[in-house]
Design a protein around this ligand. Structure first.
Ligand code: AHR
Length: 343
């Protein structure tokens, strides 16, 4: 009996499948056809295909930057996004770019982990006729025609703003003639974000004989490394007046090290803290006075890249360099901006 029932069920299923297949072939199930239509793979011909290489996921800022790109490159906006994570290694990013070239994407968009070493792969993209848009950090190539445009943050200007803020703050407090001992926590070696911020800050620092840069150490834009490097600074120097930390994640680690050493930071503290990025968590600390100033590095670049691609698609000329807007947040203005900060 059991065997017969199972046999009947299988026969019924086969007949049902055959009928369904037949009806589909005759166009009797319009919803099913609509489903096929919605499959992104069947739509790639109509969509602009973007090969996007994000450099990694090292910081809160990076997560916000990735989210901004994903929010902008949607099907609804007319894009099909192929995204790859370089995990902080240039060779991974180069591999991704080569795979985008062989997939014949319409545009290559990438955020370069380091500034140099892109010439060969970008020449390959150029030879394949694929426009390249650089985002976030900048590259250093001999031939500027290897990329179509850049949308990103001006790290040199950010570093300069940090120096100018310190200049003003010391003046306001009548400390402009005092000896000021500074340590710098730098980001990823060879990145335009770290090199630009260092250069911009030093451009201001070199005007003052009483500003002494005691040490610089690479914290790789992460809290753990920021803390580790700050600990070594604290062991070596007992008279640090200012910490310049090139991103908020390193700042969080550095603050832990300073507080564990029994010192205080911020507007009423032993050490002045200058941070970069202006993430929500850090802005809360500016508000409560633990961090003195946060120089914004704006991760919301997705819409600007989409806008640029639309203009290129329309055959318009575009600016080669497109820096995004950035502010400086201290106790005097941070309250006004807290609500709009989502990351
Ligand atoms: O390139 C931008 C920098 O990279 C941000 O300051 C930092 O947080 C990130 O990792």
């Amino acid at each position: 009996m059991k065997y017969k029932t199972r046999f009947r069920k299988i026969t019924f299923a086969i007949v049902l499948l055959a009928i369904t297949a037949g009806l589909c072939a005759c166009g009797m199930f319009p919803e099913f056809e609509a489903d096929i239509e919605e499959n992104p793979e069947s739509q790639t011909e109509k969509l602009i295909v973007i090969g996007y290489s994000q450099l990694g996921s090292e910081s809160i800022w990076r997560t916000a930057n990735t989210a901004s790109m994903q929010k902008a490159f949607t099907k609804e906006n007319g894009f099909f996004l192929i995204m790859e994570n370089g995990r902080q290694r240039q060779e991974n990013q180069i591999k991704s770019i080569r795979s985008f070239i062989s997939q014949r994407v319409d545009y290559i968009v990438f955020s370069p982990v380091t500034a140099t070493g892109w010439d060969t792969v970008l020449q390959e993209a150029k030879d394949a006729g694929i426009p390249v848009i650089i985002t976030d950090r900048m590259i250093d190539v001999a031939d500027e025609s290897l990329y179509t445009a850049w949308v990103g943050t001006d790290a040199h200007a950010e570093g300069k703003k940090a120096g100018q803020w310190l200049e003003q703050d010391l003046k306001k407090r009548g400390l402009q003639y005092e000896d000021i001992n500074i340590v710098i926590l730098t980001g990823t070696e060879g990145s335009s974000a770290a090199d630009g911020r260092s250069a911009g800050f030093k451009e201001v620092a070199q005007r003052y004989d009483n500003w002494h840069i005691l040490a610089e150490g690479c914290g790789d834009f992460t809290p753990a490394k920021g803390k580790e490097v700050m600990k070594t600074f604290l062991k070596e120097y007992s008279d640090i007046d200012v910490i310049v930390s090139q991103n908020d994640d390193m700042t969080f680690g550095a603050l832990e090290a300073v507080h564990e050493a029994g010192l205080t930071t911020g507007i009423r503290g032993d050490i002045i803290v200058i941070s970069f990025d202006a993430t929500r968590e850090a802005l809360e600390m500016v508000k409560e006075g633990t961090i003195n100033v946060d120089i914004e590095c704006n991760p919301e670049q997705g819409e600007a890249v989409v806008e640029l691609i639309r203009r290129l698609e329309a055959g318009e000329e575009v600016e080669k360099k497109n820096p995004v807007e950035e502010e400086v947040f201290s106790i005097s203005n941070v309250g006004l901006h807290m609500d709009e900060r989502t990351y």
